[in-house]
Structures are given as structure tokens and as C-alpha cells.
Design a binder for this molecule. Structure first.
Ligand code: GNR
Ligand code: NI
Length: 172
């Protein structure tokens, strides 16, 4: 097991489109284990492989209070079930310190594979639906800041770039 480094906006690597998983082998299990360790440590309720610079279509999620309901989705897809939407304050481990209201479909159907390659098919609502959409966006190189105004996005970009510069400065 290993903790992975989480890429931060505006790192261009976050714009990579992840490839489908074809072989469900020990290497995929290893990536999943490292992603859960990284997600729980962060802490976050979801993590997409893209965020840890692994460009394969793998997401880990755990929205439970007690952090004991891990969910892995490989090659995930969703369809929107109705016109209902929900506003939710979203954050992202790749955009640390910024939280904004985003509107998304409230009811979705999810098709994916589990870590053995077995098909999954279920409906999701509310926080789980939001989280799955947020993570699938990452696999497509998209971030929640892309839904904000250009002005808000550019302010966030400037602030994070400044924070990254200060992190890279030598300490006295
Ligand atoms: O930890 C996270 N919380 C969260 C809250 C509202 C909507 C989406 C999320 S996902 C985020 C972790 C993350 O960045 N996943 O990509
Ligand atoms: Ni995120």
C-alpha cells in the first residue's frame, strides 16, 4: 500500500482523458488499494485515478459516515433518469480550499464494472449521484471549476498558483 500524490488545479495532467481498463489483474487491485488509502487519508468521499496521475477509468467512493462502505467503479457510465436537479456545495481534493454550489442531475443510473470485471447496474441519488458525476468528470479531464464563471475560475487558479509557488519556496 502507498499514499499517492494528488495533482492540483491548474495542473494540465488533470485534463488527461483516462483509458478504459481492459485487464482486471493484480495491478488494478494495487491501484485501487492505493487510491482508497489516499482517499481516506485526504480525507475525501471520492477519488478518480486521474487525480493521482493514473490515467485509467477507475474511481473509488465512500460516502458513509463511518468510512466503511467502499465502492469501486471501473469503466463507469451514467444516464440521467429525469429532469430533477440538485444544487450542492462541491469541493475537490484537486482544488483544495474552494467550495462552490454546482447544479447537477439528482437521479442517475450507473453502469460500471467491479474490481473483478463483473457488471454493475444501479441507480444513485443525492450525494452519491453527485459524487459519481464529479468523479466521472475527472476521468474525462473535467473539474467542478469548469462549471463556474470564467472570473471565479481564474480567481481560484491565481490563488492556487500563488499557494503552489509559496510551497516551492525554500524555508528560512
Ligand atoms: O471529498 C470530496 N467531497 C465532495 C463534496 C461534494 C461533491 C463532490 C465531492 S468529491 C470530493 C473528493 C474529490 O475531489 N473527488 O474527486
Ligand atoms: Ni474531485
Amino acid at each position: 500500500m502507498a499514499l499517492l500524490t494528488i495533482l492540483e488545479f491548474p495542473d494540465p495532467k488533470l485534463r488527461t482523458i483516462a483509458r478504459e481498463v481492459q485487464k482486471f489483474d493484480h495491478r488494478i487491485i494495487n491501484i485501487i488499494d492505493d487510491m482508497f488509502e489516499t482517499m481516506y487519508q485526504a480525507p475525501g468521499i471520492g477519488l478518480a485515478a486521474t487525480q493521482v496521475d493514473i490515467h485509467q477509468r477507475i474511481i473509488t467512493i465512500d460516502i458513509s459516515e463511518d468510512k466503511n462502505q467502499p465502492l469501486v467503479l471501473i469503466n463507469p457510465h451514467f444516464s440521467i433518469l429525469d429532469d430533477d436537479t440538485e444544487m450542492m456545495q462541491e469541493g475537490c481534493l484537486s482544488v483544495p480550499g474552494f467550495y462552490e454550489e454546482i447544479e447537477r442531475p439528482k437521479h442517475i443510473r450507473v453502469l460500471a464494472q467491479d474490481k473483478t470485471g463483473k457488471a454493475l447496474n444501479f441507480t444513485a441519488t443525492d450525494l452519491l449521484a453527485v459524487c459519481i458525476q464529479h468523479e466521472i468528470d475527472h476521468l474525462d479531464g473535467k473539474l467542478f471549476v469548469d462549471y463556474l464563471s470564467k472570473l471565479k475560475r481564474s480567481r481560484i487558479k491565481t490563488k492556487l498558483e500563488k499557494a503552489h509557488r509559496q510551497q516551492n519556496l525554500p524555508h528560512s
